[in-house]
Write a protein that binds this ligand. Structure first.
Ligand SMILES: [Zn+2]
Length: 388
């Protein structure tokens, strides 16, 4: 017997407004989508999505945009409401801020260098100055910034709202980051790990569009991975998921900053590769120079980058065996090496991962480059921006 559950008028109304909110939030986070994509992303029935979209278009909250073709190809987007959100990417050595309007269009963006070992008090002044500069440029008042999303290059304990490992950015360790930023700037602030937001950035704005299961791996000064599983960022019980940089490659290898030996980061991060390069190429060599040397056929430079690709392939094949993502996206500074790095990586991945997990795996280079973190931070801010 099927039991019919009676829903009172009030609860029906509540359910409807909850569903409306889900659709608006998913468009805010993801940008324009077709109705079928909205249905998939919100897990709502196609008919429910169609009804709510029609109503919100009539109300002036949503608009029907360009048609990609076919009967269901019409994109639905939010009608811009006044104001912007700010995405902020605080790296070990850079600070990037991007403004987006509430319809998901980036309207201003700027990056400055940071000194190594920068401290939170100085950084807040730098952020304040850059926000004001961008406001001037975009002809905005500071009060028009609704929300800040912030990418931090360290594991984040979202419950404690702080960095859970102080080794990466000690100048920001031990504080409640959203409250500190909010107090200094007067704008509601949300944070996440940079690799997670890099994954979000690529999924919303770059080569990860349309993928519900992807691994984004960022190889720069450190190595981290952002995991999107079943369409959601997977953070793990304590926010430490995706710490692929500290998987063991050589148990008797070099001591790592995490306290273990021979972690992936000790053999393939930018500092690790430069250290290996320095006896031949000198201590001043940069990763861009080394990549140039490899492109012009220098065997030593080629060997270092190819070895790096192989080590990444070993760590990634373990991850692919466990998670079976549809796409792996390689980002960060080292991704600039292109095929020199990714070909040996791909060869190892195909050899070490089980056939079922790599058969349909798509391997991609991050499209947004260094912008993926800041755009992911924009998306985080948009997700948390209430709409009237
Ligand atoms: Zn380690």
């Amino acid at each position: 017997m099927v039991r019919r559950i009676e829903v009172s008028g009030g609860s029906q109304q509540a359910l409807r407004s909850l569903n409306e909110q889900r659709i608006i939030e998913s468009l805010a986070e993801q940008g324009e989508m077709t109705q079928a994509q909205i249905a998939r992303r919100t897990s709502l029935a196609a008919s429910t999505v169609s009804n709510i979209v029609s109503e919100l278009v009539e109300q002036g909250t949503l608009e029907r945009k360009k048609n990609l073709g076919g009967p269901h190809g019409q994109l639905i987007g939010l009608i811009p409401t006044p104001g912007v959100v700010a995405g902020i990417d605080v790296g070990k050595r850079h600070l990037t801020i991007a403004f987006s309007n509430l319809a998901h269009e980036v309207i201003a963006e700027q990056q400055i260098d940071l000194p190594l070992g920068h401290e939170v008090a100085d950084d807040l002044k730098r952020i304040e100055k850059l926000l004001n500069e961008l406001c001037n440029r975009a002809d905005l008042d500071r009060s028009e910034i609704h929300t800040i999303g912030m990418a931090i290059p360290a594991p984040i304990d979202l419950e404690q709202r702080r960095i859970s490992s102080a080794q990466v950015m000690p100048g920001w360790a031990g504080i409640d980051i959203p409250s500190t930023v909010e107090e200094a700037l007067g704008i509601p602030t949300f944070i996440d790990n940079d690799a997670n937001l890099g994954a979000v950035g690529e999924r919303v704005w770059g080569v990860g569009q349309g993928y519900d299961d992807l691994v984004y791996i960022k190889v720069s000064d450190g190595i981290g991975a952002g995991l999107v599983l079943n369409g959601r960022i997977y953070r793990g019980a304590d926010g430490a998921a995706g710490e692929i940089g500290h998987t063991t490659i050589d148990d008797s290898g070099v001591l790592c900053r995490c306290g273990n030996r021979g972690c992936l980061e000790t053999v393939v991060s930018v500092p690790a590769i430069l250290q290996l390069a320095s006896p031949i190429f000198g201590a001043e060599i940069t990763i861009a120079d080394l990549i140039d040397q490899a492109r012009s056929g220098n065997t030593g430079a080629l060997r270092l980058l190819e070895d790096g690709g192989r080590y990444l392939g070993i760590a990634l094949s373990n991850m692919v065996n466990i998670l079976n993502p549809r796409a792996v996206i390689l980002g960060g500074t080292l991704a600039e090496a292109g095929d020199i790095l990714s070909q040996p990586l791909h060869t190892v991945l195909k050899r070490y991962a089980v056939h079922g997990a790599v058969e349909n795996l798509e391997f991609k280079r991050a499209q947004l480059g260094v912008r993926s973190n800041v755009l992911g931070a924009v998306s985080l801010a948009l997700e948390h921006t209430p709409r009237v």
